[in-house]
Design a protein around this ligand. Structure first.
Ligand code: MG
Length: 402
């Protein structure tokens, strides 16, 4: 009789005491397989969910509108330690004020680097100087940090840095510190320029606010966004939308750049003249998001309504034509050489005259006034006598203009 190993002679039943207790082994294997499958499935679901739902940074997070404001609050500012300063970060004004020092910083990623009316160098100096100036302060000094892509033409670097020098000479604000880094090709798109500036209070601002306080109570010691009261007159220092349209047109080849140049300019000289007239309560440079963003920031921070006469907003015909063709709202387009100014009504004509006497303010115009309002909003009175709410833009419709 043939006996199979592990079997009783003549029996097909295995001798359980002799057979390796294999019955457990398949159970262990199945457990492993089961666990592995579950784990893989869970990983797959996790990765799928992660891929599908993980929020990403989008262009509008840096476009200066409501989406950016929310992004900053939820993902950037919330991680900074809170500090008490004269004008803190969370007031989201043009500059902070720390122990009397006015301080601002600005990163520039404009594309292309050189555009009709200026380049990234002019833009960096002007934009940073303007953020100090619209606080009513005098800009004192700049820092300039460069991040360059390997392979960038040295001729381009020289062109841009020459513009930095010229702009510094024009506004009388020197670069006193900086940094230069070079990254591999593709690490950045040609060049990123980051400029910061410090500024200080001058007797000009004190005298300006003293004049304003002759007519009404003035709460802020600076020309901040929260300092507008019903009755204040709103002035634009010039035409709106030139910068954004010039860059968009040049970049995309629409052809409007032959008539529209960027308005990029340092405004400290013009603003000093306006402060000399006196009675200014608030100022802002309407960069990303244009005047729609600036005016809506003012209504929410000052808790007033703004009534703006659409026909009085200075616009170049080329900007109007470009916006009509491209379906853009000129009031949401960024500017780099304009200031929107609020002042007590008694001094409005004097401020206007002072602005028009300066080369960067010759197209200045009164565009509206602040009113009492339960709902802080901007109302545009149209040319045909209608009224429409000027909503805050979600973001600047033209990316990488500054
Ligand atoms: Mg600003």
């Amino acid at each position: 009789m043939v006996s199979l190993p592990g079997f009783e002679p003549g029996s097909s039943v295995p001798k359980t005491d002799r057979i390796n207790p294999l019955p457990h082994k398949p159970a262990v294997r199945w457990t492993v397989v089961y666990k592995f499958t579950c784990s893989a499935l869970a990983s797959f679901i996790h990765v799928s969910r992660h891929r599908g739902c993980m929020a990403k940074v989008i262009l509008n997070h840096g476009a200066g509108g409501e989406i950016m404001q929310e992004f900053l609050s939820k993902h950037i500012f919330c991680h900074y330690p809170k500090v008490k300063t004269d004008i803190p970060l969370d007031s989201m004004d043009d500059s902070a004020v720390v122990d009397g020092i006015v301080f601002t910083t600005d990163g520039h990623t404009v594309k292309p680097l050189i555009f009709p009316g200026g380049d990234i160098g002019t833009l960096s100096v002007a934009g940073t100087v303007n953020d100090i100036s619209v606080m009513g302060a005098e800009p004192l000094a700049l820092s300039c940090s460069l991040i360059l892509e390997a392979g960038l033409d040295l001729e381009t670097v020289d062109h841009v840095m020459e513009s930095v020098g010229k702009a510094c000479c024009e506004c009388g604000v020197p670069v006193v510190t900086g940094d230069t880094k070079v990254v591999e090709a593709g690490g950045v798109d040609e060049m990123v320029m980051v400029t910061s500036a410090i500024g200080r209070r001058t007797p000009l601002l004190d005298e300006n606010l003293r004049i304003a306080s002759e007519y009404r109570k003035v709460d802020s010691r600076w020309t901040t966004d929260d300092n507008i009261r019903p009755g204040d007159v709103i002035i634009s220092s010039g035409t709106i939308g030139d910068h954004g349209i010039a860059i968009l047109s040049f970049r995309e080849g629409y052809g409007f750049e032959s008539v529209i140049k960027s308005d990029v300019a340092p405004l400290n000289g013009m603003i000093a003249e306006a402060l000399k007239a006196g009675g200014i309560t608030a100022m802002k440079d309407p960069t990303r998001g244009g005047i729609a963003n600036t005016l809506n920031e003012w209504t929410s921070k000052s808790k007033v309504g703004l009534e703006i006469e659409e026909k009085d907003i200075p616009l170049r015909q080329g900007v109007v034509s470009a916006c009509e063709m491209l379906g853009l709202d000129p009031f949401s387009i960024g500017n780099e050489g304009k200031a929107i100014i609020a002042c007590v009504p008694e001094m409005a004509e004097d401020v206007l005259k002072a602005l028009r006497g300066h080369k960067y303010g010759k197209d200045a115009a009164i565009i509206g006034r602040a009113v009492e309002s339960d709902i802080p909003r901007v109302v545009l009175r149209t040319e045909v006598g209608g009224r429409r709410v000027l909503e805050p833009p979600a973001g600047d419709p033209v990316p990488r203009i500054c």
